[in-house]
Design a protein around this ligand. Structure first.
Ligand SMILES: Nc1ncnc2c1ncn2[C@@H]1O[C@H](COP(=O)(O)OP(=O)(O)OP(=O)(O)O)[C@@H](O)[C@H]1O
Length: 498
C-alpha cells in the first residue's frame, strides 16, 4: 500500500449536458502538503473537488485515499474518510447560531438524548479561539455575521470533524489582509499536523507565498504540476491562460472632473457611524478597511438598499435620498454587491435574463423585449469580460463561480450608470479576466463615470484607485492620495495604528 499520497485522483471524467467539465484529469496531494489548484474560471477546479467530496459522481476515474481505492458515492463517505471541503458559497444555516452551525450534524452526542448546550458553546468558543477569532460569539446567529466571519465558521466546522484533507475553494476572497495572514498562519499550523491541504485561488501572490506545489487545469484538462520553487509567476500565468499577460493593470487616461456625489455624516444601523466622502466624475475612488469596518453597509445605505438613519447625499448638485435601489438606478447610480449569491444574481433565472436585467430599456420597445436584440446585447456584453458559458438560455447556476461574478458585473457595465459602486468586483475572477475588468473600469472612468471601488485586495486598490478612503469601525479614518497609497499607510489607518 503506497501511503506517499493522501489523495490520488486518476483519469477523472465529468460532463454536464455535453459540457466536458473534466477530461482525464489526475491530481495527487501528500500529507502535510499545501497544494494549489489553479486555472481560469470554468477550468474545472470546483468540479474536481466536488467529485472528491462525493457531491457529484464522476463519469469515470479512480480515487485512492492513503493508497486505498475508494468509491466515494456520497458526501458522508467522503467526510468519514476525513475529507472536508469549504466551497466559495458557504453551506451555513443563517438562522442558526455559530455553535449550532459548527456542530450541525452532531448536535446530540453519541448515546445521548439531549443537546448539551454548555459543551456546544464551549467547544465552539475553543475552536474560534484557536483560529484567533475569539471575538465571534458562539450564540450569534450566522446570518448576522459578515461574510468573512461566516468563512471562519465554515473552517471551524471542518476542523471540528478532524479533517485529514482540507480543501479551501478561494478562502481568501472574502477576507481582508489581516484575516488572510491569520488564515495563512492557521493553514501552516494544519500542514505541520500532517493535514493535506488543497488551496484553490486566483491570487498569484498567495500561491507563491503559501503553497508547496501547484497543479494547473485548463478547459477541463490537466496541464501540468510544478513544485512552487521551480516556476515563476509569469510562467504560471502563461500555463493557465495560454498567453502572456502584458499588463494586469492597464493605464488610464481619465480626466478627473467635478464632484458628482457627496455624502455627509451618513449614519445607518450599528455599522455606519458618521461617514463623509465625495467622488468626482472620471475618478476611481477606493474604499479600504478591515472586515466589519462598515464599507459595504455604507454603500448599501447610500444606494437605498438599507435604511439611512441620518446624513445627507448631494448628487449632481441636488440633495437627494434614494428611497430604494430602483430609485438609485433610475438616477444612474449602480451597485455591484459583494454577496453574489444573495444579491448579485437571480440564481433561478437564465444567463441572458441576468445580464440584461438592468438594461431592459435598451432591448425593448413599448415594453416588449426584442429577443434578437436581447441576445446580441447579452453576447456582446459577456464577451467584453471573456465570460465562459455554454448556452445563454441556461440557468446562471450552471456557471462556475467566477463566470457568475462576470455576469453580475456585466449587467452593471451595461447599465449606463453615472456613479457605479463596485463592492469587491474581482472576487473569484481569474487573472486574465481581472485584466479585462480593470480595462472596463478604466473605460468607464474615461467616459466620465465616477467609480467607487470597495476592495480588500491591496494590489488592486493601489494600482486602480486615484484616491482611497479608509474606514475603521464605521467611520472614515483617513483619505490617501495616489502618492501616499501604499500597504503600510492603508493597513496602518485600517488598524488604527496611524
Ligand atoms: N451544474 C452544472 N451544470 C452545467 N455545467 C456546469 C455545472 N457545474 C459546472 N459546470 C460547468 O463545468 C465547467 C467547470 O466548472 P467549475 O465550476 O469546475 O470551474 P472552476 O475552475 O471551479 O471555475 P471558477 O474559477 O470560476 O470557480 C464550467 O464550464 C461550468 O460552466
Amino acid at each position: 500500500m503506497d501511503t506517499t499520497y493522501r489523495v490520488q485522483m486518476e483519469g477523472i471524467y465529468k460532463s454536464y449536458k455535453g459540457v466536458h467539465a473534466l477530461t482525464d484529469v489526475s491530481f495527487a496531494v501528500k500529507p502535510g502538503e499545501i497544494h494549489a489548484l489553479v486555472g481560469e474560471n470554468g477550468a474545472g477546479k470546483s468540479t474536481l473537488m466536488k467529485v472528491l467530496s462525493g457531491a457529484i459522481a464522476a463519469d469515470k476515474g479512480s480515487i485512492k485515499i492513503d493508497g486505498v481505492e475508494r468509491n466515494i458515492t456520497s458526501p458522508r463517505i467522503s467526510r468519514d474518510l476525513g475529507i472536508s471541503i469549504i466551497y466559495q458559497e458557504f453551506m451555513l444555516a443563517p438562522h442558526l447560531t455559530v455553535a449550532e452551525n459548527i456542530y450541525i450534524d452532531r448536535l446530540v452526542g453519541k448515546n445521548k438524548l439531549m443537546i448539551n448546550w454548555k459543551k456546544l458553546k464551549k467547544d465552539s468558543h475553543d475552536l474560534l479561539e484557536k483560529l484567533g477569532f475569539s471575538e465571534i460569539d458562539p450564540d450569534e446567529k450566522v446570518g448576522n455575521l459578515s461574510v468573512a466571519y461566516q468563512q471562519v465558521v465554515e473552517i471551524c466546522k471542518s476542523l471540528s470533524r478532524d479533517a485529514r484533507v482540507l480543501v479551501l475553494d478561494e478562502p481568501s476572497a472574502v477576507l481582508t489582509f489581516t484575516e488572510i495572514q491569520k488564515l495563512f498562519k492557521l493553514i501552516r499550523q494544519l500542514k505541520e499536523q500532517g493535514i493535506a491541504i488543497v488551496y484553490i485561488s486566483h491570487r498569484m501572490d498567495e500561491i507563491f507565498d503559501l503553497c508547496d506545489t501547484v497543479t494547473v487545469l485548463k478547459d477541463g484538462h490537466f496541464v501540468n504540476e510544478f513544485r512552487i520553487d521551480e516556476i515563476d509567476k509569469k510562467s504560471l500565468i502563461y500555463q493557465m491562460v495560454g498567453r502572456e499577460l502584458s499588463q494586469l493593470f492597464p493605464k488610464r487616461n481619465a480626466k478627473i472632473g467635478e464632484t458628482i456625489l457627496k455624502a455627509e455624516h451618513l449614519k445607518a444601523g450599528r455599522m455606519v457611524n458618521d461617514v463623509s466622502f465625495n467622488v468626482h466624475k472620471g475618478e476611481v475612488l477606493g474604499f479600504s478597511g478591515l472586515v466589519g469596518a462598515g464599507r459595504t453597509e455604507t454603500m448599501r445605505s447610500l444606494f437605498g438598499a438599507d435604511k439611512l438613519d441620518s446624513g445627507s447625499i448631494t448628487y449632481k448638485g441636488q440633495k437627494i435620498l434614494f428611497k430604494d435601489p430602483h430609485a438609485a438606478v433610475r438616477h444612474g447610480v449602480g451597485l455591484l454587491s459583494e454577496d453574489r449569491k444573495q444579491q448579485g444574481i437571480v440564481i433561478e433565472r437564465t444567463i441572458r435574463e441576468n445580464t440584461t436585467l438592468t438594461s431592459l430599456g435598451k432591448v425593448s420597445k413599448f415594453g416588449i423585449i426584442n429577443h434578437k436584440k436581447d441576445k446580441e446585447f447579452t453576447r456582446d456584453i459577456l464577451a467584453r469580460l471573456t465570460t465562459k458559458y455554454g448556452d445563454m438560455e441556461d440557468s446562471v447556476s450552471c456557471l462556475s463561480g467566477g463566470n457568475q461574478q462576470k455576469v453580475s458585473l456585466a449587467k452593471w457595465l451595461a447599465a449606463d450608470c453615472e456613479v457605479i459602486i463596485l463592492d469587491e468586483p474581482t472576487r473569484g475572477v481569474d487573472v486574465g479576466a481581472k485584466a479585462e475588468i480593470y480595462k472596463n473600469i478604466n473605460d468607464l472612468a474615461e467616459a466620465g463615470v465616477a467609480v467607487i471601488m470597495v476592495s480588500s485586495e491591496m494590489e488592486e486598490v493601489i494600482n486602480m484607485c486615484d484616491r482611497v478612503v479608509v474606514m475603521r469601525q464605521g467611520k472614515v479614518v483617513g483619505e490617501l492620495e495616489k502618492k501616499d497609497m501604499n500597504d503600510k499607510n492603508i493597513i496602518g489607518l485600517s488598524m488604527g495604528v496611524m
